[in-house]
Design a protein around this ligand. Structure first.
Ligand SMILES: C[S@@+](CC[C@H](N)C(=O)[O-])C[C@H]1O[C@@H](n2cnc3c(N)ncnc32)[C@H](O)[C@@H]1O
Length: 301
């Protein structure tokens, strides 16, 4: 991997190139902050990502702007849906380049107000990379006042791998869900299993997680909330990281926001790089990781 200085220099060089094309001339060059086992690169993903080494990240967690869903400047920067899709293609191609051959790229998206955008995003990216899975993040509670249909309760996570032949690393045992004691007792009563000890040992390993991940979304009053309008639960991202990377592997998040991926990586001893263009969110993420590591509060996850 390139050093932080190299990445920053590359990013500055990238800025000059982009400027010539007059697409993102108002963007600031990236800056790097080391914190915990990772680093935050402040800047635009399109400028910063080209400075990162190819085939280096075991997993990429991308939670990009949704496109005109949230009342935030960063979610409303594109003139048309096609502009947004073209932009998506550019950062996703960079992520593909940085992703290891046996890695997985996870991309968050939601149906709802602009459902066509997410569907087009999935279709577009499934032509660029190999479709691997579609996870449902069951948020446990509905999240808007839609009057013309059922209240939305889930978001989706598109999972892509490098190619049809690619064999991504995936550890199903790392994300088993424990059975409660009542269930274990009930299952042990099953007469078909003669070796009760072996049966109990098997049950105590827990069951395999399905591709519907039920993790309650963060309420305004949640202790985990740090002031980002689209903050994802650390417990959700931690499951993705545990399943698709080993300790010390590198995790990339091109849209770091408040640092949820970084927090999940810290708890699980993964190295990480986060890119975020808003310096206020960078500050929030930095403080969050420092405080979490100092208090070991992430260890609860
Ligand atoms: C959906 S939020 C990510 C939230 C994050 N997963 C969390 O849990 O806090 C998207 C983030 O992308 C950032 N962003 C938008 N456009 C960007 C760009 N071109 N480069 C880097 N970051 C960008 C926004 O500032 C926002 O914080």
């Amino acid at each position: 991997m390139k050093t932080v200085a190299q990445a920053a220099a590359h990013s500055r060089a990238g800025k000059a190139t982009v400027k010539k094309r007059t697409v993102t001339a108002r963007l600031k060059p990236s800056r790097a902050v080391r914190v915990g086992d990772g680093q935050i690169l402040t800047g635009d993903a399109l400028q910063v990502l080209p400075g990162l080494e190819s085939n280096s990240a075991q997993v990429v967690i991308a939670d990009p702007p949704y496109y005109r869903v949230l009342d935030e400047a960063w979610d409303n920067e594109w003139r048309t849906a096609d502009d947004y899709l073209q932009w998506t293609l550019r950062w996703a191609r960079e992520c593909k380049r940085i992703l290891r051959d046996d890695g997985l790229l996870y991309i968050f998206g939601q149906l709802g107000k602009r459902e066509h955008i997410w569907l087009h995003t999935c279709s577009l990216l499934a032509k660029e990379m190999q479709f691997h899975d579609m996870l449902i993040w069951d948020r446990a509670v509905g999240y808007n006042e839609r009057r013309d249909s059922f209240t939305p309760q889930y978001e989706m996570i598109l999972v892509l791998r490098q190619s049809a032949d690619a064999k991504p690393y995936f550890d199903k045992d790392a994300v088993r869900i424990p059975y409660d004691e009542k269930k274990i007792a009930a299952y042990l009563g099953d007469k078909r299993y003669q070796d009760k000890q072996a049966r109990e040992a098997h049950l105590r390993k827990g069951k395999y997680a399905t591709n519907i991940l039920r993790v309650p979304s963060l309420k305004g009053s949640s202790k985990e909330k740090v002031g980002h309008p689209s903050q994802k639960p650390v417990a959700l991202i931690a499951q993705l990281l545990r399943a698709s990377s080993r300790e010390s592997d590198l995790v990339l998040d091109p849209f770091l926001g408040s640092g949820s991926t970084a927090a999940a990586a810290e708890v699980n001893n993964r190295r990480w790089i986060g890119v975020e263009k808003n310096p206020e969110y960078v500050e929030i993420a930095k403080r969050r990781i420092e405080a979490g590591n100092a208090q070991k509060k992430f260890k609860l996850v």
